[in-house]
Design a protein around this ligand. Structure first.
Ligand code: GLN
Length: 566
């Protein structure tokens, strides 16, 4: 079909992003980047992720399987790509912008059980794609969008996402002028050949063609820029004009991607496709200006570094170390560091190692700051508690996120309050000193094995006490932060903790829940029951991460001074 001569259309417009060749090539970053650019060009734009697995949401998956579980403000446990969208679009994404095959099938089956299909035979096609399309349109309506970028999870050619591909094809037939398809393909350069190869991407395009879809644009991800010769090849074999093949080489930082895509004229190409003209001059965009300044800061090679250790357990995958499970934490550290014109050196700490050999703990003195992020279950917990004890006693700035706050409380209970058997009932249900315990409603969920979507999820209000580290950071007395946990600080222990120098600086008044704890007489020791990392943005680093990095920077400066003296 040739849409070139049609009249100016009317929105909303849908851009489907598919991935070819392999996973992990940055489809989410590309989707977020295109979103940010279209937003800067004056269009109300958002992104949506559709994930192929049968889990109803991402909440029940182990992070080593799936990466981080990102929580939206309205309490949905989603894929880490939603986090990327929030960071690139610089705005909140709602639960409406996320679906899985599981959630779609569940709705269709529930509809069938309640006779919503008027006695018709309910079939995989069209009923499943129709439900997918209904949700896509709902997301557009909810946010009154001009553009929705729909990222289809997985890689083309796999069984799992076929129904999403089918939904995209059906949307195009229903609305030919308002739908565009982009394929993000990978072009490997095998070291023994030394040449960039196009064939895997050609196959990916063919596979899409077999599903009835011709991409309008190809984004060629590769180690290096794609040259004219390979563009010509792809143009012939993939049925695309040369200027619809966009180069997207590896960048030092993901935040360079929007600027790189802009340089490749992606905005013009997309707008031309929809026969639209730009609403705002991109050269005058304040957002893009700020973004350019950010990239400059990222590329600053300052001699000063802060060494941050993250103690976790979700980063081993066979012989490889993956940081996907803690992506928002890592990004939040980077955002806060860049804002201070420094680079962080992030090192993974395997908490189990310290359990087996506590004499290794002294190596932690290397760090300017230590973080214990969110986690579940008992593996590695004792090692994390030892790590926290070391940070507390050696005055190393400490930031505990969710489990990291709970374990800090256990450490203080055991080693300061002398409650040697203090624990969380998550690890020891029979402990005599349950300083971390569940709320009554959670006890019912656990008994009924009702695990999916039943934690304390999404944003809640928290009151901040004046004169505390938290207040100094936030500079306000009411905040909203996102949660994902079942256990809470046990208020029966509040007064003895306070007598030992603990300040409960953040409280949810509605239910009297401890949300932030901090220590007196320590350069920076603070734990949050919520996950501040979900709200950190490159252009707006999170205040608590900023305060933590500033404390780490002070330690790093002292360290350097000492070295010069010696
Ligand atoms: N496992 C703890 C809880 O469920 C902490 C959860 C987390 O760190 N996200 O309360």
């Amino acid at each position: 079909m040739d849409y070139r001569n049609r009249k100016k259309g009317k929105g909303p417009y849908y851009i489907f992003i598919f991935g070819g060749v392999m996973s992990g090539i940055g489809k989410g970053i590309v989707s977020g980047s295109i979103g940010a650019l279209l937003k800067s060009a004056g269009f109300r734009t958002s992104c949506m992720k559709i994930d192929p697995y049968l889990n109803v949401d991402a909440g029940t998956m182990n992070p080593t399987e799936h990466g981080e579980v990102f929580v939206t403000y309205d309490g949905m446990e989603t894929d880490q790509d939603i986090g990327s969208y929030e960071r690139f679009l610089h705005e909140e994404i709602s639960a409406a912008n996320y679906m899985t095959s599981g959630s779609v099938f569940k709705t269709v089956i529930d509809n069938e059980r309640t006779l919503k299909y008027d006695g018709r035979c309910v079939e995989v096609v069209p009923h499943i794609p129709n439900e997918i399309i209904r949700r896509i349109k709902l997301a557009v309506k909810k946010s009154q969008l001009d553009f929705l970028i729909v990222e289809v999870g997985g890689t083309v050619g796999e069984y799992q996402n076929m129904l999403f591909v089918e939904a995209a094809r059906m949307m195009k037939i229903q609305n030919p002028t308002n739908v565009a398809f982009i394929l993000v393909g990978y072009l490997p350069t095998p070291p023994h050949i030394g040449e960039m190869k196009t064939k895997p991407t050609q196959y990916a395009v063919r596979t899409l063609n077999m599903a009835g879809i011709q991409p309008d644009l190809l984004i060629a991800r590769a180690q290096n820029k794609i040259d004219e010769k390979r563009k010509e090849k792809l143009s012939i074999f993939c049925n695309l004009s040369i200027n619809h093949i966009i180069s997207a080489p590896d960048m030092e930082s993901i935040y360079q991607v929007p600027l790189e895509l802009l340089r490749e004229n992606i905005v013009k190409i997309i707008l031309r496709h929809f026969n639209l003209s730009i609403k705002k001059d991109l050269k005058k965009s304040i957002f893009l200006k700020k973004w350019q300044e950010l990239v400059k800061k990222i590329n600053l090679r300052s001699a000063l570094k802060v060494r941050i250790g993250i103690s976790g357990k979700y980063f081993r995958s066979g012989r490889y170390t993956l940081s996907d499970s803690y992506i928002s934490v890592i990004e939040a550290i980077k955002h806060a560091s860049w804002a201070n014109n420094i680079q962080p050196e992030i090192i993974w700490l395997d908490s189990e190692k310290y359990e087996k050999n506590p004499s290794l703990l002294k190596e932690l003195a290397y760090f300017d700051g230590i973080i214990v992020p969110g986690g579940f279950g008992s593996r590695g917990v004792e090692g994390k508690i030892l790590t926290i004890e070391f940070a507390r006693k050696n005055l190393i700035p400490y930031l505990g996120l969710c489990y990291g706050m709970q374990l800090a409380c256990i450490e203080i209970a055991r080693n300061v309050l002398n409650l040697k058997d203090a624990n969380t009932t998550e690890v020891d249900p029979n402990t005599k000193n349950p300083v971390i315990d569940t709320m009554p409603e959670q006890k019912v969920f656990l008994k009924e094995k009702h695990f999916g979507g039943s934690m304390r999820l999404g944003q809640y209000l928290c009151d901040i006490k004046k004169g505390t580290i938290a207040f100094k950071a936030y500079k306000k007395n009411k905040i909203l932060e996102r949660h994902r946990h079942r256990y809470e600080f046990n208020n029966q222990y509040k007064s003895i903790f306070e007598s030992a120098g603990v300040i409960f600086s953040g409280i949810n008044k509605e239910r009297s829940l401890v949300e932030i704890m901090e220590l007196k007489n320590h350069p920076f020791f603070l734990g949050t029951q919520f996950h501040p990392e979900f709200k950190s943005r490159p252009l707006k680093p999170h205040p608590l991460f900023q305060a933590f990095i500033k404390a780490a920077l002070r330690r790093s400066k002292k360290r350097i001074k000492k070295r010069i003296k010696n």
